[in-house]
Write a protein that binds this ligand. Structure first.
Ligand SMILES: Nc1ncnc2c1ncn2[C@@H]1O[C@H](COP(=O)(O)OP(=O)(O)O)[C@@H](O)[C@H]1O
Ligand SMILES: [Mg+2]
Length: 338
């Protein structure tokens, strides 16, 4: 892989929130992440494990406590605000609650063009077309009828339509990277699939790369090329999504797979018999004082003394498959066993 293929190169990202009395929330603790051109990287984990914080820290919203974020070959951490705004314009964020991420007083036509207020409309990015034409085309691209929604405000639209407006607005900036933070979690099940399809379709058409954050295994698995599993602010496994129900080996990933509703599938049954059913507690430990060594050890059925004293490093056990667990040997990727 050449460096040109790499659109995001995040190294040792740390985000801590001081909460008084010298205590701090360890929300993200040393995350490495690479995103290649055209790729969708899923970030999966339970609520509270640091997914949103990681996504926002990549955007510098707010900047991380430490670490490095390379975007298209440029470092974003530590940039002066003005330079950052320009560089970041081509990295866009789609959030969970589309309605509250839109200014309720503005009309759709203005919401879509809102990002342009940062540095004006650059017709050269849009084949020389004027702004209104581009807004209309983008509304059509996200499945909205421009004449119908043009003058509407967010409260006159459904949640799914609002998320379409958010996507159009992101596309206006011709993003290289779209970070989607649980983009369908607040939508009706019937609308979720439509928005997921739309994201996949627009990704091809507008050639961006995507970081797709969600707590729902099936959603992440279907849309992603690779999946990074986060636990208490650390990556425990990075696995190609194709066949991950078979190949993933980290006890936490197996637990998440076993929790998919309808565990009657062979893989899920296997996962639950192997480890999922024996996970010790269901509560996430406090991020104020994470467990020593492996952060998952307090819930892990495989945990030994070593797990408490030594932190397992993320290492490659098969091409493109990384895992941080003392109990997984190199070459133990399930694909080798299949
Ligand atoms: N601004 C903040 N101040 C203090 N703690 C925070 C703040 N934002 C997030 N956290 C904490 O950081 C942890 C990770 O949160 P978050 O990134 O929202 O998780 P996720 O998106 O995976 O549900 C949680 O324990 C959360 O309570
Ligand atoms: Mg979140």
């Amino acid at each position: 892989m050449t460096t040109q293929d790499m659109v995001l190169d995040v190294r040792d990202l740390v985000v801590e929130f001081p909460v008084g009395r010298g205590e701090k929330v360890h929300a993200v603790s040393g995350l490495d992440l690479e995103l290649r051109a055209g790729e969708t990287l899923g970030i999966l984990g339970e609520s509270g494990c640091g997914k949103s914080t990681a996504g926002r820290a990549i955007m510098q919203l707010p900047p991380p406590t430490s670490g490095s974020v390379g975007f298209d070959g440029h470092e974003l951490v530590g940039l002066p605000a003005r330079t950052l705004r320009r560089r970041r314009a081509r990295m866009q964020l789609i959030m969970q609650d589309p309605i509250s991420s839109l200014n309720p007083r503005r009309k759709v036509k203005d919401l879509v063009a809102e990002g342009l207020s940062i540095w004006g409309f650059d017709a050269s990015l849009h084949d020389g077309k004027d702004k209104d034409t581009v807004v209309r085309e983008l509304l059509e691209a996200v499945g909205l009828e421009p004449d119908v929604v043009w003058d509407r405000r967010p409260d006159e639209l459904s949640g799914g339509q609002c998320q379409r407006v958010c996507i159009a607005r992101a596309l206006m900036m011709r993003p290289r990277v779209l970070i989607c933070d649980e983009p369908v979690s607040s939508l009706d099940v019937s609308v979720q699939a439509q928005i997921l399809n739309l994201l996949e379709e627009t990704k091809e058409r507008f050639s961006f790369s995507m970081v797709f954050i969600a707590h729902d295994v099936s959603v992440v698995k279907n849309i992603s090329d690779r999946v990074m599993v986060l636990y208490l602010g650390k990556a425990c496994e990075v696995v190609p999504s194709d066949g991950m129900h078979r190949t993933s080996v980290h006890p936490y990933t197996r637990m998440l797979l076993a929790s998919i509703p309808g565990a009657e599938t062979e893989a899920a049954a296997d996962a639950s018999s192997w480890v999922g059913a024996s996970v010790k507690t269901t509560e996430l430990p406090s991020p104020l004082n994470p467990p020593s060594g492996c952060r998952f050890r307090t819930r892990c059925p495989l945990a030994t003394e070593l797990c408490a004293t030594e932190e397992p490093r993320l290492r490659e056990i098969a091409p493109g498959h990384l895992v941080a667990c003392h109990h997984v040997a190199t070459g133990e990727s399930g694909s080798a066993l299949a």
